[in-house]
Structures are given as structure tokens and as C-alpha cells.
Ligand binder design. Structure first.
Ligand code: ICS
Length: 480
């Protein structure tokens, strides 16, 4: 292993010196180096991206349609506006769903109102009405429809709320207008909030389940990427809990409508769903707690913390679950740790994983030397800083240039980020895993996920192909 270059403020400042003065000053606030003396590590976040830089962020429509509503499988989500937004985001997130396609599972489909110039000029409300009627006719078992606004809908002032009201009455099912036009806000984060509010206003409390029990819990902020929610559910059910509602991975309209009936809300992705947890607490008194099911250490901690919220019976079962899986997890660690020990990782993902996955890497003896979020807020960074070791760098809305420079200088053994980053770094001969989509793999959550996670990281880092390609900086170093 090559010697580890040092993370320092000087390094960060040197990278930023390439920018014009104003941009340099602005970006400096978004990057911190965590060192011994760092207690607060104030980092600027959730602010507008500087025009002209390459950001990896998405938009409000992505946060609402793609993230929050998309995985509700028995509803149809209309990408309302020009065809591109729906077409290019079609099936990219890997939120798996069980059920019969076209009957009670519409996740693999893409519905769009396909705006043309005519709709922009004369308005698209009539077209929307027709589309909603057609949907009901073609898919009579659909349990609801959401209208996901794309930019032009807001710009031309269409009244989707009144169309939704009218059609909801006519077809007798929930039709949810969502004002998630891409231009709103500064990232997909506002789309999460807008979608949470729409669920609050149009779905929650609209139905009652008859079979309520004392151990009913909701799994909130698990979108079943590569089957994550299924892995999580297995653990919770083995603990003796009943997972009645999942938001929104492999979810249903009814799960949203009956959300007020659960005893405890368990939230995995705090960033995208904290709003609804807070609402359910204020309005219905439902308590909520955060947990982390990445890697055995965090799973064990979380399982015990969750069990503490219930009785002796659940606690006993929780301990039995931990004991049952311990030998399996030890075997995974025994197999992979010698191959991964000491490897350095840099992460850059959306709003939760840059901190939640750290423990899973540490279980394998790896070290996260840099991490950052596309759209996290202050409360996410407050939760991140204690997870990171000293001499690490934390970057908010990192630009393509900055990320490349960090990698060139810090030479991590693995990068975990998204599709926009993947091929840049692989061409630089740096092992890479997609930490949004799990690279067509998964699940990574739970006891089912950890062996897959360990195998995938090993496969990336220790692939013999890396010996066949050379990082450009290594080449130039030799040539000098
Ligand atoms: Fe939450 Mo990509 Fe989640 Fe997180 Fe969120 Fe997104 Fe994905 Fe990423 C998400 S909801 S789509 S855990 S499933 S918007 S991977 S914050 S950026 S880190």
C-alpha cells in the first residue's frame, strides 16, 4: 500500500485556489477538515450551488417523484410536463417492488402527460384530466394517482389542484397534486419536503386498518433499493414486531393512509422523511426514532435501541436475533477483513448514506477518509462529524473538480458515489462502487445485506483488472 498523503486545510485551500476569488470564498465554507481541535466543524450546507460548477445534485421533481412517491407501487405517478423528466429518470433508482405489473405494481412503468408547445401555450389541465381518466380505464385496480409537476407546469400557472379535486371525486380515489417543479429549491431535498407535505395533506388518516396490534411499527425512509427494505423487515419481524407500513419502498397507498395507526415510527433515511415523522408525532403522538442497519455493529446497536422501546418479550427476541446472526457475520468478517483491512474509502452520496455506511466499512477494517453530501442540512452534518475520524475531509455539494482533486491527492483505495462519478474515477484506475443503486446489486441493509456489501467492496478493490490500467497521475510521475 502506498503511503497515505495527509489531509490538511492547506491541501483544501490549494485546490480551491484554482477558482475565481468569489467562488473560492464561497466554496471554502462548504469543506471542513476534521482534526483534533475540531469540535463544531461548522460546514455550510443546503445553499445554492455556484453557477458554472459541475454539481451532482438533482431537483425537487427528483426528490418527490423519484424518491418519495415513486416506490408507492399501487399508485400511478404522472410525470406531468414534457416527456424528458420522466423518460430519463425511468427505472434508474432500483426501488424494487413485488406484485403484478400493471395490476397492483406500477413501479416498472413510466406515465407522462408529454407536454408539447400547444400545452405550454394553452395549458395542460384538460390533457391531465383525460390522462387520469385513461389511467383508470386501462388500470382499474390502481389505488391512487399522484401528479408530479415538472418545471413548465408551475411556469404557465396550471391549476393541477382543481383537476385533482375534480377527478378524485369523479373516480373516487386519492389524486394527489404535487408542486414539485424542478426549479423549486436548490436540490432534491425540497422535493422530499414537498412530497412529505402532500402525503400529509392528501393521504394520512384517510383509512383505518382493523387489525391493529401493540407491536405495529412503520419502517420510514427505506426505499427498498436492491431489496433493502425486505432485509430490514426480516430483522424487525424476527424481533417480534409487525411492520405494517413501509414508506415508501415496496409501499402501497394504504400504508400511507393508515400511517397514523402505528405505535412507533422507525426512520432510516432521516433526511428525506423526518418531516412526516415530526408531523405524526405532533398530530397523532406517534413517537419516532432513527436507526442504522448498515453493518453488524450498527445493526446490533439499533436492534437493542429499538427493543428498548417495547417490553421484555421483544428485548429477549432482539437478543436472540443478534445471537443468531453473530456467527454468520463473524464469518463474513473473517473472510473479507484480511483482504480489505486498512483500505481507505472516500464517499459522496445524497443525504443519508455518507454517514450511515461508515460503520459497515469499519466492520471490514476499512477507513472512511472523506465523505460528503449532495444536499444534506446542518442536522445531517451534526450527525456526521462524530462518525468521522481525525484527519478526514468533509465536503458539501462537492464539485466535480474538487472531488477529482481530493482523489488525486488522497489516493483512496475505493470511492463510493454515483453514476455521474463512476466512469471518471474508473478511468483514473480507482476502484469504485455506486452507493446510490448498489451497482445492480444489493441489498446492503440488514444481515442479508452485509455479506453482499462485503463481497462487492472486495470485488471492486481486489479486482485483477486494476493491474491492467494505469492512473494518469502515475503515468506522468514516471514520465517526469
Ligand atoms: Fe435518503 Mo440517491 Fe435515499 Fe439517501 Fe435520498 Fe437519494 Fe437514494 Fe441517496 C438517497 S432517500 S436516491 S437514503 S435511496 S434522495 S442513494 S437521502 S441520493 S443517500
Amino acid at each position: 500500500m502506498s503511503e497515505q498523503p495527509k489531509v490538511s486545510r492547506e491541501m483544501v485551500d490549494d485546490i480551491l485556489s484554482a477558482y475565481p476569488e468569489k467562488a473560492r470564498k464561497m466554496r471554502a465554507k462548504h469543506i471542513v477538515v476534521k482534526d483534533e481541535g475540531c469540535t463544531t466543524c461548522a460546514i455550510k450546507s443546503n445553499s445554492k450551488t455556484i453557477p458554472g460548477v459541475m454539481t451532482a445534485r438533482g431537483c425537487a421533481y427528483a426528490g418527490s417523484k423519484g424518491v418519495v412517491f415513486g416506490p408507492v407501487k399501487d399508485m400511478i405517478h404522472i410525470s406531468h410536463g414534457p416527456v424528458g423528466c420522466g423518460y430519463y429518470s425511468w427505472s434508474t433508482r432500483r426501488n424494487l417492488a413485488a406484485g403484478e405489473r400493471g395490476v397492483d405494481n406500477f413501479v416498472p412503468f413510466q406515465f407522462t402527460s408529454d407536454f408539447t408547445e400547444n400545452d405550454i401555450v394553452y395549458g395542460g389541465d384538460k390533457k391531465l384530466e383525460t390522462l387520469i381518466r385513461e389511467i383508470k380505464e386501462l388500470f382499474p385496480k390502481v389505488k391512487g394517482i399522484s401528479i408530479q409537476s415538472e418545471c413548465p407546469v408551475g411556469l404557465i400557472g396550471d391549476d393541477i389542484e382543481s383537476v385533482a379535486r375534480k377527478m378524485s371525486k369523479e373516480l373516487d380515489m386519492p389524486i394527489v397534486p404535487v408542486r414539485c417543479e424542478g426549479f423549486r429549491g436548490i436540490s432534491q431535498s425540497l422535493g422530499h419536503h414537498i412530497a412529505n407535505d402532500a402525503i400529509r395533506d392528501h393521504m394520512i388518516g384517510k383509512k383505518e386498518r382493523a387489525d391493529v396490534g401493540p407491536y405495529d411499527v412503520a419502517l420510514i425512509g427505506d426505499y427498498n433499493i436492491g431489496g433493502d427494505a425486505w432485509a430490514t423487515k426480516t430483522i424487525l419481524e424476527e424481533m417480534g414486531l409487525t411492520v405494517t407500513n413501509i414508506w415508501t419502498g415496496d409501499g402501497t397507498a394504504e400504508m400511507l393512509q393508515t400511517a397514523h395507526q402505528t405505535k412507533l415510527n422507525l426512520i432510516h433515511c432521516y433526511r428525506s422523511m423526518n418531516y412526516i415523522c415530526k408531523h405524526l408525532e405532533e398530530e397523532y403522538g406517534t413517537p419516532w426514532m432513527e436507526f442504522n442497519f448498515f453493518g453488524p455493529t450498527k445493526i446490533e446497536e439499533s436492534v437493542l435501541q429499538i427493543a428498548e422501546r417495547f417490553d421484555e418479550k421483544i428485548m429477549k427476541k432482539a437478543k436472540a436475533v443478534i445471537a443468531k446472526y453473530k456467527p454468520q457475520m463473524e464469518k463474513v468478517i473473517e473472510q473479507y477483513r484480511p483482504r480489505l483491512e486498512g483500505k481507505k474509502v472516500m464517499l459522496y452520496v445524497g443525504g443519508l448514506r455518507p454517514r450511515h455506511i461508515i460503520g459497515a466499512y469499519e466492520d471490514l477494517g476499512m477507513e472512511v477518509i472523506g465523505t460528503g453530501y449532495e444536499f444534506a442540512h446542518k442536522d445531517d452534518y451534526d450527525r456526521t462529524i462524530p462518525e468521522m475520524g481525525n484527519a478526514t475531509v468533509i465536503y458539501d455539494d462537492v464539485t466535480a473538480y474538487e472531488f477529482e482533486e481530493f482523489v488525486k491527492r488522497l489516493k483512496p483505495d475505493l470511492i463510493g458515489s454515483g453514476i455521474k462519478e463512476k466512469y471518471v474515477f474508473e478511468k483514473m484506475a480507482v476502484p469504485f462502487r455506486q452507493m446510490h443503486s448498489w451497482d445492480y446489486s444489493g441489498p446492503y441493509h440488514g444481515y442479508d445485506g452485509f455479506p453482499i456489501f462485503a463481497r462487492d467492496m472486495d470485488m471492486a478493490i481486489n479486482s485483477p483488472t486494476w493491474a491492467l490500467s494505469q492512473a494518469p497521475w502515475k503515468k506522468s510521475a514516471k514520465e517526469v
